[in-house]
Write a protein that binds this ligand. Structure first.
Ligand code: CAA
Length: 258
């Protein structure tokens, strides 16, 4: 499918989606977020795709929601369209693993979009921030919620109240990103991580994603039960037999996603 604001490439088992509004530092407008939701759903449906990478440009992953699109809207406009509610749900309903590969600015909705992915690999040039407070509003796509769960109250308050940017090193120290790599190696490292994930059995990568995400939605005892039941359920797969047999036979598992 042809898109206007994103570029999608599927190579081997990895779909790479690149945000592509260079003149606006990849600011997220409704069109881009809808195209992104469609591309993610398409990748989810494509049997060839086993992992997805979401990335931007060297200067900006995304500099936030599109301020020019929002500036004239009224409360009623925002409320009736549930501004970015549906788009956010479409993105987070992706069932295959999604890696955010972030270089440059990930601000406002850009930081929130990165947090909607399953984990973030940051270039050493990455800058994260929730500067909405400077615009007379607050974050609207998870910047007060996901960020608080990721980095804790004190830092999340600091980011949301002062609007300051956090560099990649602080983001890693705070638990926002899983690793920091030299900017030149960002896509290579993201691709290596995606290839590693793509080697696994898809039922188990999808179950692992569901189980980790459950940790943010429920109590510890319910989450542990959910995890245990998924763990038990995977014993119904051929890939569990293959994975364990391969271990014992000291060979590489040949998973068939069955
Ligand atoms: N929306 C619309 N356009 C944006 C944009 C945004 N969020 N961020 C950058 N742009 C545009 C600029 O307007 C500019 O376009 P023009 O050349 O047509 O004027 C172009 O991108 C390049 O930007 P700058 O000239 O500003 O580049 P810079 O290098 O001087 O500064 C920056 C970079 C610090 C990221 C700066 O662009 C900036 O502060 N951007 C806004 C960041 C922001 O406030 N994000 C939060 C948005 S609100 C939100 O996200 C709500 C939510 O939670 C859902």
């Amino acid at each position: 499918m042809a898109y206007e604001t994103i570029i999608v490439e599927v190579e081997d088992h990895v779909a790479t989606i690149k945000l592509n509004r260079p003149d606006a530092l990849n600011a997220l407008n409704s069109h881009l977020l809808r195209e992104l939701g469609t591309a993610l759903a398409e990748a989810d449906r494509n049997d060839k795709v086993r992992c997805i990478i979401l990335t931007g440009s060297a200067k900006a992953f995304a500099a936030g929601a599109d301020i020019k699109e929002m500036s004239e809207k009224s409360y009623v406009d925002m409320f009736l369209s549930d501004f970015f509610g549906g788009e956010g749900r479409a993105i987070t309903s992706t069932r295959k693993p999604v890696i955010a590969a972030v270089a440059g600015y990930a601000l406002g909705g850009g930081c929130e979009l990165a947090m909607m992915c399953d984990f973030i690999i940051a270039a050493d040039t990455a800058k994260f921030g929730q500067p909405e407070i400077n615009l007379g509003v607050i974050a609207g796509l998870g910047g007060t919620q996901r960020l608080t769960r990721f980095i804790g109250k004190s830092k999340a308050m600091d980011m949301n109240l002062t609007g300051r940017f956090m560099d990649a090193e602080e983001a890693e120290r705070s638990g926002l990103v899983s690793r920091v790599v030299p900017a030149k190696k960002l896509m290579e490292e993201a691709r290596a991580a995606a290839d590693k994930i793509a080697e696994k059995s898809i039922p188990s990568t999808m179950a692992a994603k569901e189980a980790v995400n459950r940790a943010y939605e429920t109590t510890l005892s319910e989450g542990l039960l959910f995890e245990r039941r998924l763990f038990h359920a995977l014993f119904a797969t051929e890939d569990q037999k293959e994975g364990m047999a391969a271990f014992m036979e000291k060979r590489t598992a040949q998973f068939r996603d069955r």
